[in-house]
Design a protein around this ligand. Sequence first.
Ligand code: OOG
Ligand code: NI
Length: 315
Amino acid sequence: HTRLPIMVSASNSTSQAVIPLLRNLLSGIVKPYLEKNPTAVTALQLIRKEDPGPVCYDHFAFRTFGVDGCGIDSIAQVFLDLGYKTRDELRFPAKKLRALWFSPPEHLYGVAGELENGPVPRIFISELLVDQLSEKSQSIIRKYTKDATQCARHAAAASVLNSLTWPTPSFADYQHLASESEYAAWTLVNGYSLNHATVSVHRLSQMCHISKLNEFLQEHGIKLNSEGGITKVSPDGGLQQSSSVADSVQYAFADGEVKKVPGSYIEFAERLVLPVFSSLSDEQIQECHRREGFEVGNADKIFESTSSDQMSLKG
Ligand code: OOG
Ligand code: NI
């Protein structure tokens, strides 16, 4: 006997089919990040001890060079293929950066659980506007990225494998870039490695407010980025973020120098319920009732989590 087919739109069926790959990709990206960044692991352990969970991620963030096909699009493509949608652009003229964020397939926003079966994070990708840098910095960056063009489509693989898509840089090139743009220097040594994962604070069951969480983490020795104050608050009050100061990582440069460079950090984000939904009960409230998106003023300060200024405050 025949059955009526269940009506699903093409895009919906596409995103159902790709869920296993999407979830494994996200786990694959976070794995080397956790292996290299002890502060992120400690913070997650502290939260798990205090909070019955689950611990969900609000977003994952990447940095790129906006040149030779190595910019936002290179790492964005896999997420677009896996059902993400392009959302808003953010601009940071003083830092010579721009960013785009991407929202996950909607049906994966509201489910309960952790990364393997729970909500899927937003993706935040920034790029350095290389054309706006000095000739010298541009030529350094292009020396590396021109070799990376042919594998720019494999940025996601590079992230999972914790591999650069260009040759190991020299310390001199790194230092020169750092003097003009710390973002550029970070990206040269870290490539497509995850810059940070962000814990969804409002989804926690005990530590569900950022001020409480910040205090708890600081009491347990986690240094938080103090740029513009510990909690970064959007003008509408709805998006509240904080972040750790990046760990430093020993890095072996091509010319044999071994130096400490900034690695990654962990971020915390609380999205408040929008005023129009304030009459909903706690059980009714879902992610879609909360402040969406990102905020230039907050992000501008969160970028500083890998700055030498913030890092020299450490320990
Ligand atoms: C990204 C900083 C901005 C946010 O959530 O607004 C950010 C970076 O450090 O690359 O993460
Ligand atoms: Ni972030």
